[in-house]
Design a protein around this ligand. Structure first.
Ligand code: AMP
Ligand code: ZN
Length: 492
């Protein structure tokens, strides 16, 4: 197969670049992780679906992947610009729990959501495990790049070349850059260490050369990236909002730590490529964690949607485009997933008749049409992760009328190793998610349908219609003649 070189959009240069690994044969990726003070909303999860698809693509391209998603369990203030309270401590106080318990609870919930979205296992270091290393970093940068105020140690952004180049439009008036801390030299200066105010006690605080306190949020990613992946590593990812403040600040710290000058060479920033996913947006404001019932993955499941329908919804858009969430859109993605899973089930049944085991490898190469589609897939995914085209190619592969079952299944296995939709293993039963408010169980539905089938066999249409009406009253739509062979569905 012609192996299309992997090309990725680098936010630092605003150009699509060919991926060249720092360490031959390896790919090292750092993804800014969640602040575990609350549940994640599905917008946050878009960032990890993107990062995971990138990681899977790197593996598909033959690189040995090391991928870190950090867990912010300290230091993130209610505003990115060093004002407000620590998100963890605030939530702990409001729930009457310790900040440590809050962190553990929401980290576990986050990891459950990752698993439900088929995000491959990654390293999840916690910020609190790296505080000593953060203090050491602070000490190394302090003399040349920092200054101390009553409230903490601050990074002077004028001491590094090209500050804010990633954001491209850093102005003192910029959003979130309001100079709220008295004595800052530049509005964009940010905290490396936040001292605990005299007379106060924080739940999470440590001794440091600048007094008792807690690290600034931006420091943790610099430190964990360097410790776990080494500088420069290959790719740093995050949501598009991080392109404006968090990542420029990380880059400034990395330059200071490595004593490197301007960003004429991308790797002076700590990573060769910086990538950002665009936002998932929702018009009614349900994405905001301050709105009562915000959009969590669990809410989608409670309404009867399989989590992987959401993954598919994400993959339908390019990661650099905004994606608007709607229930109709999710429904359409779910139907698309069902179609594919049902097609795979049929294919497997056809293949089972041949009595031959599927070897998920390169069997697709034997068949010209499946080879052609796999080559197109390879080119699409190598083109800055064109997942929407990849999905269409997967469907074309499944639709090959005279496709050799072995070649098609093996090719689909390759494609799904990147898309992560579980296409080979998901079954119709897995996709039957009962909405939380449903009044009837699957067993009851199956039982009623069996009685209905028996009545129809006896040509007792009155009973058959009565059963259908009974089911309808409980929100079950009987789908006779559905082209997908989907026999019933529950109203959501
Ligand atoms: P946070 O916990 O706020 O640091 O967010 C975790 C990740 O989700 C970061 O990479 C954010 O940039 C990203 N993110 C936040 N909101 C959205 C959204 N609506 N759509 C996509 N990504 C988001
Ligand atoms: Zn980060």
């Amino acid at each position: 197969m012609t192996d299309a070189p992997l090309r990725l959009f680098n936010s630092l240069t605003r150009e699509i670049e060919t991926f060249t690994p720092v360490h031959p044969g390896e790919a090292r990726v750092y993804t800014c992780g969640p602040t575990v003070y609350n549940y994640q909303h599905i917008g946050n999860m878009r960032a990890y679906v993107f990062a995971d698809t990138l990681g899977r693509t790197l593996q598909y391209k033959g690189y040995k992947l090391t991928h870190v998603i950090n867990i912010t369990d300290v230091g993130h203030l209610t505003s990115d610009a060093d004002e407000g309270e620590d998100k963890m401590e605030k939530m702990a106080a409001s729930q009457g729990k310790s900040a440590w318990d809050i962190a553990r609870f929401y980290q576990e919930d986050f990891e459950r959501d990752l698993a439900r979205l088929n995000v491959q296992k990654k390293q999840h270091p916690r910020a609190t495990e790296y505080v000593e290393a953060m203090i050491a970093w602070g000490e190394r940068m302090a003399d040349k790049h920092c200054y101390e105020l009553d409230s903490g140690l601050y990074f002077d952004v004028a001491t590094v070349e090209d500050y804010g180049r990633l954001a491209r439009a850093v102005t003192d008036e910029g959003e979130g850059r309001i100079d709220t801390v008295e004595g800052k030299r530049n509005a964009a200066d940010f905290a490396i260490w936040r001292k605990t105010p005299p007379g106060e006690k924080r739940q999470m605080e440590w001794d440091s050369p600048w007094g008792k306190g807690a690290p600034g949020w931006h420091l943790e990613c610099s430190v964990m990236g360097e410790k776990l992946l080494g500088f420069p590593f290959d790719i740093h990812t995050g949501g598009i909002d991080h392109r404006e403040i968090h990542h420029p600040n990380e880059i400034a710290q990395n330059q200071a730590f490595c004593c490197t000058d301007g960003l004429h060479v991308a790797e002076n920033s700590g990573a060769r490529i910086w990538m950002h996913n665009n936002f998932l947006v929702e018009r009614s404001g349900k994405m905001s964690k301050s709105s009562g019932e915000f959009l969590r993955l669990q809410l989608l499941v409670d309404r009867g949607y399989h989590p992987l329908a959401y993954r598919l919804m994400c993959l339908q858009a390019h990661y650099r485009s905004e994606l608007e969430f709607s229930w109709e859109g999710l429904e359409a993605a779910f139907t698309r997933l069902k179609r594919m899973v049902m097609a795979v089930e049929k294919l497997k049944a056809r293949h089972a008749d041949r009595g031959e085991k599927v070897v998920y490898g390169d069997a697709w190469e034997r068949h010209p049409k499946s080879r052609e589609l796999l080559e197109a897939f390879n080119a699409a995914i190598a083109n800055d992760l064109n997942t929407s085209e990849a999905l269409v190619l997967a469907e074309q592969l499944l639709a090959l009328k005279k496709g050799d079952t072995h070649c098609v299944l093996s090719g689909l296995g390759s494609i799904d190793s990147v898309l992560g939709l579980g296409l080979i293993d998901l079954t119709r039963t897995d996709l039957r998610i009962r909405p939380k408010n449903a009044e009837i169980t699957e067993a009851e539905i199956e039982d009623a349908l069996a009685r209905r089938a028996a009545a129809r066999a006896e040509k007792d249409f009155a009973t058959s219609d009565a059963i259908r009406d009974e089911l309808a009253a409980k929100g079950v739509e009987v789908m006779d003649g559905d082209p997908l062979g989907w026999e019933w569905k529950l109203a959501r």
